[in-house]
Design a binder for this molecule. Structure first.
Ligand code: HEC
Ligand code: HEC
Length: 325
C-alpha cells in the first residue's frame, strides 16, 4: 500500500514539475534569434525614396504605427505624426490582451542600431531581444529583399522625431509565453524579383500582408485552402461590423468579374474616400485604403495578377452589418 502511495506521489510531482520546468525553460531561453547583424545603411536619395514608398504605401507600416483619425473612412493617419505610435489593438483585432504599435520615429529609435531595426523587422524581437507579437507582420517582412529592408530603415531615420511612448503591452496567459516561441532567425533574399519576373506579384502581395485580414483562420493560422476567401469579422467602434471581401477569382462571391482597371481604380478612389468623414449608419473599414491607394498602377496590377491566379473559393460575405442589427 505504502509503495503505491509513493508511486502516485512521484507521478503527481512529475506532472506538476514538467510544465513548470517547460515554462521556465521557455522564459529563460526564448526567443533565441541570435545577435543583431552589424549594419550601417548608407542612405542615398533613391534608397530613401524607395523606403518612403514601402513604409507609406506598399507595406503600409505607417497605417499601424501612426495615430488614427477615427472620424474618417478607413481610419487614415493623423498628418504630421507619421510613425509616432498607433492605436490600441485588442480583442477586435484578435489580440488576447492589449498592444500598441510603438513609436518608430527617430525620437524612439535613436538608441537602436540599423542592425537592431533590421532584426526587429525580419525576426520579430525588439532591441532587448524580447518577442514582438506577430500582429507586427514580421513573418512577411522576413521575405522582403535586403535592399528593400535597408530602404525602409533609411526612410525611418528621416521621419520627423516625435517624442512619446506607448503604454507597455499586456498579453494574457498562455499567449505571453507562446509569443516567445514565434520569432525565428531569418535570412532575407539578397534581391527582390524584377517587376517583369513571374515571382514579382507574389512578392508585392506578401510585403503588403493582405493575407491575414482576408483569410479565415484558426488560432492565428490561416485555414488551408481558404486563403484570401474573406469573411474575417472586424467590429467597428460604433458597434457596426465589417467583414473582409473574398479576393479569390470566384465569379459570384469573389473578384471574378472585376477588371484590372476597376481593381486599380478602387484603390485610388480609397485615397479620396479616406479624406471624408463617415456618415452615421454608413460602413467604415479597417483596410488602410489611404496607404495602399498610393501604390503605383504597376504594383496594384501585380497584386491583381496574383489574386487572379488563386484557386476560386466560393464564400459569400455580407460586408456590413449596421449598429444594433
Ligand atoms: C498590422 C499592424 C502593423 C504593421 C503593418 C506594421 N507594424 Fe510594426 N509593430 C506593430 C505592433 C503591434 C508592434 C508591437 C508588437 C509588440 O510589442 O508585441 C510593432 C513593433 C514594431 C517595431 C519594434 C518597436 C519597439 O519599440 O519594440 C518596429 C521597429 C516596427 N514595428 C516597424 C515596422 C515597420 C518598418 C513596418 C512596415 C515594414 C511595420 N512595423 C508594420 C504593428 C504593425
Ligand atoms: C486590416 C485589414 C485589411 C488589410 C490589411 C487588407 N484588407 Fe482588403 N478589406 C478589408 C475589409 C474589412 C474589407 C471590406 C470593407 C471594405 O470594402 O473596405 C476589405 C475590402 C477589400 C476589397 C473589396 C473592395 C470592394 O469595393 O468590394 C479589396 C479588393 C481588397 N480589400 C483588397 C485588399 C488587398 C489587395 C490588400 C493588400 C494590399 C488588402 N485588401 C489588405 C480588410 C483588409
Amino acid at each position: 500500500m505504502r509503495k503505491w502511495l509513493l508511486i502516485t506521489l512521484i507521478i503527481l510531482l512529475i506532472l506538476i514539475l514538467l510544465p513548470v520546468g517547460a515554462l521556465t525553460f521557455v522564459v529563460l531561453t526564448k526567443p533565441d534569434v541570435g545577435p543583431a547583424p552589424t549594419l550601417t545603411v548608407s542612405a542615398t536619395p533613391e534608397l530613401v525614396e524607395r523606403g518612403r514608398y514601402l513604409f507609406n504605401h506598399q507595406a503600409a507600416c505607417v497605417a499601424c504605427h501612426t495615430p488614427w483619425d477615427t472620424s474618417k473612412y478607413s481610419f487614415p493617419s493623423i498628418a504630421g505624426k507619421d510613425g509616432a505610435g498607433g492605436p490600441t489593438f485588442g480583442a477586435e483585432s484578435g489580440v488576447p490582451g492589449m498592444i500598441h504599435a510603438p513609436n518608430v520615429t527617430p525620437a524612439a529609435l535613436k538608441e537602436w542600431s540599423d542592425g537592431e531595426i533590421l532584426r526587429a523587422l525580419v525576426s520579430g524581437v525588439n532591441k532587448r531581444g524580447d518577442a514582438l507579437f506577430p500582429l507586427m507582420p514580421y513573418g512577411h517582412y522576413a521575405k522582403l529583399a535586403t535592399p528593400d529592408l535597408h530602404a525602409i530603415i533609411a526612410y525611418m531615420r528621416t521621419l520627423r522625431a516625435v517624442e512619446g511612448t506607448t503604454p507597455p503591452r499586456e498579453l494574457k496567459f498562455p499567449m505571453n509565453i507562446i509569443v516567445r516561441l514565434i520569432p525565428k532567425a531569418a535570412e532575407p533574399p539578397a534581391q527582390a524579383p524584377k517587376p517583369d519576373a513571374a515571382e514579382y506579384p507574389a512578392y508585392v502581395v506578401n510585403s503588403a500582408a493582405c493575407l491575414h485580414c482576408h483569410s479565415p483562420s484558426n488560432h492565428g493560422k490561416v485555414k488551408p485552402g481558404n486563403e484570401f476567401s474573406g469573411g474575417v469579422v472586424f467590429p467597428m467602434p460604433d458597434g457596426s461590423v465589417v467583414r473582409s471581401s473574398n479576393l479569390t477569382p470566384d465569379d459570384e462571391t469573389g473578384l471574378g468579374k472585376w477588371t484590372k482597371d476597376a481593381f486599380i481604380a478602387r484603390f485610388h478612389a480609397g485615397v479620396e474616400q479616406a479624406k471624408l468623414p463617415v456618415q452615421p449608419g454608413h460602413s467604415n473599414t479597417p483596410m488602410p485604403w489611404a496607404s495602399y491607394g498610393g501604390m503605383t498602377d504597376a504594383d496594384l496590377g501585380a497584386i491583381y495578377d496574383h489574386l487572379r491566379a488563386l484557386p476560386k473559393v466560393s464564400n459569400k460575405v455580407e460586408r456590413f452589418t449596421p449598429t444594433g442589427k
